[in-house]
Design a protein around this ligand. Structure first.
Ligand SMILES: N[C@@H](CCC[C@H](N)C(=O)O)C(=O)O
Length: 280
């Protein structure tokens, strides 16, 4: 039996799989079956909890971040970073006694992220590092519409499209396309961003490897950076990003790092049966 915990950050939901020895082989089809909302547990992605020292290919200093967040999208593909995921992962480590509440490092494919987990169960903050902006631009097409995007790299790629109202994005049931194709050789997450007030934006997202989700932490940071550049805001100016699943507070610090704060909730613990059999 494989133990799991289910959690979410602003309704971007994850199955957390503790695997300290790195013994589980997460085949893409198995991950996709687990994340299937009818035949599986259902989730936007999987967070495997592996001791950093046991993570093949990881070359960083495991003493700085003893736990590695092995993130997989709901379709089984692997992404470099997940901003909501790392906050939920940090909550899990503190909840399980694998890390002391307070400030600690989490190893990810996008480098070590420093998180702050309050002991009282309050919102979790993550230092997302320095965004790369602008990193090219593309013409995004979706639902018969087209617009120019701003590319912001948060460790993973984001195309931010400004609209007057996020409802204009329409039903995001199919992946947006882009031209020139070479701008995003590994695919891209597309954020639709509309103003709500001073330093306050709304965002909907079509996530690479998932589809439309209720929130995306790296996407919210990319949206905030694109909006702050467009507004001419100075570092240190806090922004509020409303997503369908809740609210995130984001600030670009004076040192250039982006800090994101929001809820990180654990909702259930359980044991998995054999999904290969259950699905067949
Ligand atoms: N939901 C995540 C982002 C997950 C990865 C993304 N779909 C990608 O493929 O880059 C977040 O909260 O950042």
């Amino acid at each position: 039996m494989i133990r799991y915990t289910k959690g979410h950050g602003t309704q971007n939901d994850f199955v957390i799989l503790p695997d300290p020895e790195g013994a589980l082989a997460l085949e893409p089809a198995w991950v996709a079956a687990l994340c299937d909302r009818r035949a599986g547990l259902g989730a936007d992605g999987v967070l495997r909890v592996v001791a950093t020292a046991k993570m093949p290919g990881y070359e960083g200093d495991a003493s700085l971040a003893p736990w590695f967040m092995d993130y997989h999208n709901g379709d089984g593909s692997i992404a470099e970073m997940c901003g909501n995921g790392v906050r939920v992962f940090a909550r899990y480590l503190a909840d399980q006694g694998l890390a002391e509440p307070g400030s600690f490092g989490v190893a990810t494919r996008g480098g070590i992220k420093t998180v702050r987990v309050p002991a009282d169960g309050g919102d979790v903050t993550v230092d997302m590092g320095v965004p790369v902006w602008p990193h090219g631009a593309a013409r995004i097409a979706w639902n018969g519409l087209e617009a120019q995007s701003v590319h912001v790299d948060m460790g993973n790629p984001h195309a931010v499209v400004f609209v007057d109202d996020v409802a204009q994005a329409g039903p995001l049931t199919a992946a947006p396309t882009w031209e020139p194709v070479a701008v995003y050789p590994r695919g891209v997450n597309v954020e639709f961003v509309a103003p709500l007030g001073p330093q306050h934006i709304a965002m909907r997202v079509y996530e690479r490897g998932v589809g439309e989700t209720r929130s995306c932490g790296t996407g919210a940071c990319a949206a905030m950076i694109a909006a702050a550049r467009r507004d001419g805001s100075r570092p240190g100016t806090p922004y509020t990003v409303d997503v369908p699943g809740g609210r995130l507070s984001i600030v670009e610090r004076e040192d250039g790092c982006v800090e994101m704060t929001g809820p990180a909730v654990l909702v259930a613990d359980g044991e998995l049966r054999d999904f290969a059999v259950a699905r067949g």
